[in-house]
Design a protein around this ligand. Sequence first.
Ligand code: SF4
Ligand code: MG
Length: 335
Amino acid sequence: MNGKAAGGDEEEYGRIKGVHLVPEEELYTSGHRTCEGCESALTMRQFIKVAGPRTIVTGSTGCMYVANTSYMSTPWEVPWMHTQLGAAGPSAVGTAAALRALARKGRDSKEKVNVIAFCGDLGGADMGLSGISRALQTDYDLLIILYDNESAANTDIQATGLTTWGAQTTFTPTGTVDRVNRASMRWKKNVAAMLAVGHPNVKYVATACATYPPLDYMNKVKKALAIGGPTLIHSLDPCPKGWDYHPRYSHELGELAIRSGIFPLWELTNGVLKYSYDARKSRKPVREYLESQGRFSHFQQSDFEYVQSVVDEMWEEWEVPGVLPLRLSAIKSVK
Ligand code: SF4
Ligand code: MG
């Protein structure tokens, strides 16, 4: 992962250096019906603050569609389109292609229009993965934001490929025979790294959390839009309903996820990797993060130890810590 960090210069994309410099204009306003403490709503609010009014947003089915577009009401102050559950990628490509066609015909203004497509973990990392992959192989300017609340939350908290190992969901309840449901015994899909490594033409891929470190997510959105081409941000969004905690602790849970290292925070700019929080240097025990959520209330000592051991392995043994689970030293060539 070496190369020139073109477009990665902080001055070049106008990094927001203080909270007082965050745009005041609200383009995701009142009128939504997300739960109290919903971090995905914050993810929406912050990206459109940074992107500004000259933005077209497409959103695939999920909480941020259902809760945001009740009949005749919406919080979006910019053009917004609902698209099918797995269609974040294709809807972004179609919108960007239409803008390019208008430009070719001289029927738009010269000022850039941002195209942002959002999708949930089910819609993006499971069902819509192929469509996102295709979008990342185009040369259109588009940003895909995968907001990850670790469940299909709008249909009552079913497990997805991004749900944490062992979590209780309506698909993976605890039971008397299997305390940890067998279907929940797989590690969270490493989706951002998979998409970054699989699409070397993409100039910017990042993971993020809307609250920690402060301003980090908004600056990543700003940077992705400035760099251009197809780009992707995967955000971890604590969800009080699905994760079962008091809504007042959403921010704390996001911070704990990052500082425990269970959700690695990084950005890849033109092949150059930078940790936004380097969990190799210090990590909080992951137990603190897990014990704060009701979905892990069935965990026993061995479960905490197992999750901690995989987090430690990610940071201490992976060839690219927290990002790529390769062990290059173990590769043998055929003689
Ligand atoms: Fe937000 Fe979770 Fe409620 Fe959906 S279920 S609106 S993601 S808090
Ligand atoms: Mg979800």
